[in-house]
Design a protein around this ligand. Structure first.
Ligand SMILES: NC(=O)c1ccc[n+]([C@@H]2O[C@H](COP(=O)([O-])OP(=O)(O)OC[C@H]3O[C@@H](n4cnc5c(N)ncnc54)[C@H](OP(=O)(O)O)[C@@H]3O)[C@@H](O)[C@H]2O)c1
Length: 301
């Protein structure tokens, strides 16, 4: 099975490429800039055609949540028009598309975990552009799986886990928001889930369960609880450690508003596609195990 994933250095793209290295039944081709530039949607088809995929994974996105408030046109071009072109290219090539989306399509006002049928109401430009992307993907290719995920980290790229480790290397205490709740999700697990779903779609010619799915780590916490677990694990491995001090969202103003409740229920994915995400703490430990903690260097991203 040959997957083309959009983006080169992104967390999900890099994790997929890495996962395929250890398997002989899967080949992953990362297709990114300059050949495929979602800001120039006319580049998309030729780049994906050249990759000759059995399935397209649409992981590239404009992900700078705060900056998107000032770059609305670019965010929509990349996340909506560009994503739609990726799904359209897959359709023209006769293959399904697995498209990554986000908890930011919700406003966070729900009490409890969001399910796929809950009403969307993005709080900012990034969430609105990703929601428009979902609509463009669904309209362009009926054979789509839209995976909404959240709080993604991995051994690759920039993310909260690496930021906490970097800060702990030169501070005794880190202030972290304790009133936003969600499910930390490892890109290594997302990769497993994507490969599982891709094989299912490819092997089952009668597969009809296309649509929207939520996929996030099992169990929930707030950013502060997430940070504490990262730093406890790091300390146990001989890596950097700092105390975590709880603060409120109001103490850490950002340009874009974030949902206070980002919890996603992954029950539909488990029931229909037969893959269950691990407990988030176990996945954090696995990801940190991939980093050079306590050995020769501290991650710099
Ligand atoms: N990170 C999260 O917490 C989170 C949460 C929920 C949903 N998601 C969604 O999950 C997906 C994967 O996220 P991630 O964390 O892997 O993202 P990421 O690490 O921020 O990487 C973004 C990727 O998009 C690519 N990209 C950006 N602009 C592009 C353009 N104009 N043309 C082509 N490629 C472009 C980047 O390319 P380069 O390789 O060239 O830099 C990079 O590969 C995204 O769709 C994101 O919206 C992420």
């Amino acid at each position: 099975m040959r997957l083309a994933v959009t983006g080169r250095e992104g967390q999900v793209a890099a994790s997929l490429v890495e996962a395929a290295r250890g398997r002989d039944d899967v080949e992953v081709v990362a297709v990114g800039r300059p050949a495929l530039d979602l800001a120039r949607p006319d580049t998309v088809f030729a780049a994906l055609e050249a990759a000759r995929p059995d399935i397209v994974v649409s992981a590239a996105a404009y992900t700078a949540v705060d900056q998107a408030e000032d770059e609305k046109d670019l965010a929509f071009t990349v996340n909506a028009t560009g994503a739609g072109k990726v799904a359209e290219a897959a359709e023209r090539l006769g293959v399904p598309v697995i498209h990554l989306s986000t908890d930011y399509v919700f406003d966070g006002a729900k009490d409890g975990a969001y399910v796929e049928t809950d009403a969307t109401a993005p709080l900012g430009v990034y969430g609105a552009s990703k929601l428009a992307g979902e609509e463009a993907v669904a309209a362009a290719n009926p054979r789509h799986i839209i995976l909404r995920t959240a709080w993604v980290y991995s051994p690759f790229g920039r993310n909260f886990v690496k930021t906490m480790l970097r800060l702990a290397a030169d501070r005794d205490e880190i202030a972290v928001v304790a009133d936003q709740w969600g499910n930390p999700t490892s890109a290594l697990d997302i990769t497993d889930a994507i490969l599982h779903a891709a094989a299912k779609v490819r092997d089952d010619r009668n597969f009809v369960a296309f649509g929207v799915y939520h996929l996030a780590g099992e169990g929930d916490t707030n950013w502060s609880g997430f940070a504490r677990h990262i730093l406890d694990t790091s300390r146990a491995l001989g890596g950097p450690y700092a105390k975590v001090r709880d603060i409120a969202t109001a103490d850490y103003p950002t340009k874009a508003r974030r949902p206070q409740n980002s919890r996603l229920s992954s029950a539909k994915f488990a029931r229909v596609l037969g893959w269950q995400a691990p407990q988030w703490r176990a996945s954090v430990d696995v990801a940190i195990g991939h980093l050079p903690i306590g050995r020769t260097c501290i991650p710099v991203n």
